[in-house]
Design a protein around this ligand. Structure first.
Ligand code: HAM
Length: 427
């Protein structure tokens, strides 16, 4: 047999059957963000790779093993390498500074939707091209914005019918208090070095905090009595975290403290969080994650600006929606389908089509010589709610039959009242 082409490893097609879930998720996120006054931003899929190295950190898995870099073709910019975006935060921070958003009224709240790329080992819920919905809030240092980030992610998940989710949260302090904790942790880990996985052995010096979040069982066991970061937070970080938790509690968001949660990207300060299914106790397949990153704008050359945000993984969320058989609104479809029988009826049907189109009704009409039965089948396939049927008799009387396709009831109506009736029924 002839070999046919296959998609590259770790990337996939999203076929029409799956699209209603994606569309429902996208639309829900957009309506949640719009209600909160968040504006959309689209950023490039590729950027100079140094923005990711600088923001996410050289010693992280994402930059160390997970970036798709593209080498330039030797033009003027030959020194730059591009990378396909592994996440959205670094690009949005670059855009915030580059487009002078620091002089806009603060806070500036931005959301984005789109594909990200990571050279991960493909498996269920882990792709090399995957999709995120993200929010970034700039210019507010108060716990209100930490809460707003978590709350909007929570609301999106609730509104699409995922109720069994929990927010795990922690605070990883600021440049004032974190170094004290890191040196304490380093000392503790040096004593356990022999029991740690090869990656964690390297992490002790390069990325100490990440040892806490290692999913390898021997590492988790060996570090079960590790010092807790919350005990060494400075008063400012402590009260910020306390305020965030109080807001979560007040609004009934289900959360749990997880003092080992440190996140796999270096830019975070203070609050960090991940949102998981309640059954995902080890946070293997988080549905989303985020946190505060008060140092990143200034690291990128902007004025010091507090910021916080999150990203949800759309692929994992859609899989969960499918597994939980979430009810999604039917995708696309038309509202009204016009069916006609006979030559005279064709002209009358075209007139009705024009009237309804002028009223911006989502209407389908293609003249046909098919039987009424097969035209009704087509209307069902198009998911029409209403069929308008015109036969020779109706055409002569300037009337049409209006048929409710779900109730299978119908009545005759003069054409002049048709638009009004259709609009009333579609409301
Ligand atoms: P992240 O935790 O790296 O955070 O990614 C967020 C979500 O993207 C994850 O919780 C997961 O659902 C999804 N995800 C990550 N990698 C993959 C993959 N290979 N396949 C499928 N889904 C994946 C960030 O990206 C930060 N930029 C979030 C943020 C925004 N922090 C502050 N602002």
């Amino acid at each position: 047999m002839k070999n046919t082409y296959q998609s590259a490893r770790g990337v996939r097609d999203i076929l029409p059957d799956e699209q209603p879930y994606w569309q429902f998720l996208r639309r829900t996120a957009e309506s949640v963000f719009e209600a909160l006054g968040v504006s959309r931003i689209d950023i490039p899929h590729l950027e100079n790779s140094e923005i990711y190295t600088k923001a996410i950190g050289e010693s992280t898995d994402i930059v160390g093993k997970g970036m798709f870099t593209l080498v330039n073709r030797g033009d003027d910019e030959a020194k730059n390498t591009y990378a396909l975006r592994p996440e959205g935060t670094a690009g949005v921070v670059r855009a915030y500074i580059q487009n002078g958003m620091q002089s806009w009224p603060q806070p500036v709240k931005l959301y984005y939707l789109g594909a990200m790329f990571r050279y991960d080992r493909p498996q269920k819920g882990r792709y090399r091209e995957f999709y995120q919905i993200g929010l970034e809030i700039f210019g507010d240092s108060s716990a209100k914005s930490d809460f707003l980030s978590i709350m909007s992610a929570w609301q999106i998940l609730k509104k699409i019918g995922l109720n069994d989710v929990i927010v795990y949260t922690n605070s990883i302090g600021c440049p004032k208090c974190r170094p004290k904790y890191v040196s304490k942790l380093k000392k503790y880990l040096k004593n356990k070095e022999g029991k740690l996985c090869p990656d964690c052995k390297l992490r002790i010096d390069k990325n100490t905090l990440r040892v806490l979040d290692c999913k390898e069982e021997p590492c988790q066991k060996a570090t079960s009595d590790t010092p807790v970061i919350l005990d060494t937070l400075c008063p400012e970080c402590k009260s910020h975290f306390q305020n965030t938790l109080e807001l979560l509690e007040y609004f009934g968001i289900r959360y749990d403290l997880d003092t080992r949660l440190v996140r796999g990207l270096d830019y975070y300060t203070k609050t960090v969080f991940e949102i998981c299914e309640v059954s995902d106790k080890t946070r293997q397949n988080s549905l989303g994650g985020g946190g505060r990153y008060d140092e990143l704008v200034s690291m990128f050359g902007g004025a010091k600006t507090p910021a916080v945000g999150f990203a949800l993984g759309m692929d994992r969320i859609v899989t969960l929606m499918q597994e939980n058989k979430v009810d999604v609104p039917a995708n696309g479809g038309v509202d009204v389908c016009i069916l006609q029988l006979g030559e005279k009826a064709k002209a009358a049907a075209k007139k009705i089509y024009d009237i309804l189109s002028d009223e911006s009704v989502n209407v389908y009409f293609v003249p046909s010589n098919d039987t009424l039965h097969s035209q009704l089948r087509l209307a069902a396939k198009l998911k029409a709610r209403i069929a308008i049927i015109v036969g020779q008799t109706e055409a002569m009387k300037d009337e049409a039959i209006i048929r409710d396709l779900s109730a299978s009831s119908q009545e005759n109506l003069p054409v002049k009242y048709l638009a009004e009736e259709v609009l009333k029924r579609l409301q």
